[in-house]
Ligand binder design. Structure first.
Ligand SMILES: NC(=O)c1ccc[n+]([C@@H]2O[C@H](COP(=O)([O-])OP(=O)(O)OC[C@H]3O[C@@H](n4cnc5c(N)ncnc54)[C@H](O)[C@@H]3O)[C@@H](O)[C@H]2O)c1
Length: 330
């Protein structure tokens, strides 16, 4: 039986982690930590989890678990991951992986020293339509990728976690719509297109949100091989939207959630739709993480992958603040 501990008993733990892990027969969540006793006991009681701690350090020192999930506000990801690695546990950490590249380096060093791995919960790499889109691009059917256009939008986090006031505080969240949901579309476009983003020109806006973070961001980006693209993230869009177009030499691939995966060929002109399986090839991020721990295999969505997507977000914030084109440094 694989034993897992979770730090942070908020919305994501309630909606994703606990139900997902509970559905995997050979996995058990045996300990929880949260400074908020109400959250801790509510989820602990519902799932019958006995190990409950207000101090995650005490949990790390006491509980005999194989892995730790870090599901706390963004500014806590790095230090909780580092301490979990030092306690000899593999880690699944929420996105954004950290709030700076210096933190990512510390996390990498701690994992290396302890001989454990860090997986980053970039959920969209486990969405079947994205897996299929990546397969289509890699097959060469549409030719080489020459650019992309991508957007993610949703209501702001009050709709998701009404108690999560930290989402709107820069010192705890590190960013708004771009750091929160923009990182998903950045990571997806990087992964599906196979392109790395080298330079960013960005604008951010604060239209409706109260707090110290942006609720909209628009990026023009250049890839390492000289292609260009655009990426947008919005907390003021409702209903939600997650979609991208990958432009290729022989046509275009479009994936918009709820509308399927569509290809458009330029010569001769034509359209095609691609079948999308109902389940991820890995079943889910949680099943995949558990498998990696059990087989002691490094995950493909690791600290470097989370770090590279974070580096694009950081470059975008610097660009928005300075008005200059910024290099992505990782
Ligand atoms: N992958 C995804 O699609 C996705 C979706 C939503 C949220 N997230 C991420 O998950 C993380 C948590 O988000 P959420 O929506 O669950 O937030 P939330 O505010 O609902 O929950 C955060 C929890 O962390 C607890 N906490 C705060 N400080 C703590 C500490 N020092 N020790 C232990 N617990 C502490 C809080 O009491 C709260 O219960 C964030 O990083 C967020 O970006 C990811």
């Amino acid at each position: 039986m694989l034993k897992i501990a979770i730090i942070g008993c908020g919305r994501i733990t309630e909606v994703m982690y606990l139900p997902e892990f509970a559905s995997i027969p050979d996995v058990s969540v045996t300990a929880l930590a949260d400074t908020n006793t109400k959250n801790l006991n509510r989820l602990g009681n519902f799932y019958g989890i006995k190990g409950r701690y207000r101090d995650y350090r005490e949990m790390l020192a006491t509980e005999d678990v194989d892995a730790v999930c870090v599901c706390t506000p963004n500014y806590l990801h790095a230090k909780m991951t580092v301490e979990s690695c030092r306690a000899g546990r593999h880690v699944l950490v929420e996105k954004p992986v950290a709030t700076s590249i210096a933190e990512v380096k510390r996390m990498k060093a701690a994992a290396k020293e302890a001989g454990v791995f860090i997986m980053v919960e970039q959920t969209h790499r486990f969405v079947p339509a994205n897996e299929r889109a990546r397969e289509v691009i890699r097959s060469g059917l549409l030719g080489k990728v020459i650019g992309f256009r991508a957007r993610v939008g949703s209501g702001d986090p009050r709709n998701w976690s009404p108690a999560g006031k930290w989402f709107f505080k820069k010192e705890q969240a590190f960013g708004g719509a771009l750091a929160d949901i923009g990182i998903h579309i950045i990571d997806t476009v990087r992964w599906v297109s196979g392109k790395e983003i080298a330079r960013v020109q960005a604008f951010t806006a604060k239209i409706a949100v109260k707090g110290t973070v942006e609720d909209n961001a628009a990026l023009t980006v250049e890839t390492t091989d000289g292609c260009v693209g655009t990426i947008e993230a919005s907390w003021t869009q409702s209903p939600g939207y997650f979609g991208y177009q990958i432009f290729c030499e022989k046509g275009m691939l479009e994936n918009v959630t709820g509308k399927g995966l569509r290809g458009v060929l330029s010569d001769p002109p034509g359209e095609m739709t691609f079948d999308v399986p109902t389940k991820s090839v890995h079943q889910s991020a949680f099943r995949y993480f558990a498998d990696c721990v059990m087989k002691d295999e490094k995950p493909f969505v690791d600290i470097n992958e989370g770090g590279r997507s974070l580096a694009v977000v950081i470059a975008a914030y610097r660009s928005a603040a300075t008005g200059r084109v910024m290099a992505v440094k990782f």
